[in-house]
Design a protein around this ligand. Sequence first.
Ligand code: 13P
Ligand code: SF4
Length: 303
Amino acid sequence: MTDAEKISEIRRLAKERGAVILAHNYQRAEVQDAADCTGDSLELARKATEIEADVIVFCGVYFMAETAAILNPAKTVLIPDPTAGCPMADMITGAQLRELKARHPGAKAVCYVNSTAEVKAECDLCVTSGNAERVMQTFAPDEEIIFVPDQHLGSHIAGLLGRRYILWPGYCPTHAALTVKAIQDARAAHPGAPVLVHPECAKDIRDAADARLSTGGMCRFARESAAPEIIVGTEVGILHRLQQESPGKKFYPVSDRLVCPNMKKTTLENLLESLREMKTRVTVDADIARRAKRAIDAMLALG
Ligand code: 13P
Ligand code: SF4
């Protein structure tokens, strides 16, 4: 079967199963092409609340599918490869967060959406890179805040809002591979092109860029900017969507080594199998799901 034949079979089966396929911006190009909707974590979480179909097939990493399942307890949420995890999400456990909270009684706990359901269940609020600045502004200036697990997104938002947060030392191993030298080299190769990076990057990288944006923010920037060339400092899967939405512009990755191996675990083959066999269903313990949903709902209500 060619990729085009696999995509047409995926579309046929999705219709037959009453399924909607959601794909993150870092997915393989052909998986994005097979999906009903492509987006960043916030856009996909929102989309998951609007879907009428009974089945959601989530092409992304596990915490994303888990978030969709928490928001839709009555729906069937499938993930084509359940081993597609996010190493950053696994850098803190619920027990570790409980211990941290016990050391800071009275502090509000905020989790990046890249976290497990168990961690979300311990938090007052969840944020994504697309809404963190907006949502974190709602805390009173004197409130003590714990931010987990991404130290870089946490310090980025704290810097923007002039705050100090209690940070957990988690990080994204994919974005950790970016260097300032690679940004300088990309600027030298493409003079005048703005550099966009993800806020999961460390401070020296964020400071070396022109804008720090979620993947959805990067797509918006590309559509609205007059710049004919843009340098992109995030996972290379996003280049497909950028190029499709802005075909007249040129996009250059800061490094083509910026690949998230877990995002690449979803393929046309396992997506097809997922729909054929209705697997693998993502389930969350009911009590954890109920508590995690409070933090996600609080986020969606704020922006
Ligand atoms: P976005 O919400 O910006 O798409 O980020 C998700 C992610 O995992 C980035 O590494
Ligand atoms: Fe997790 Fe980083 Fe992959 Fe995003 S790019 S899913 S943060 S490992």
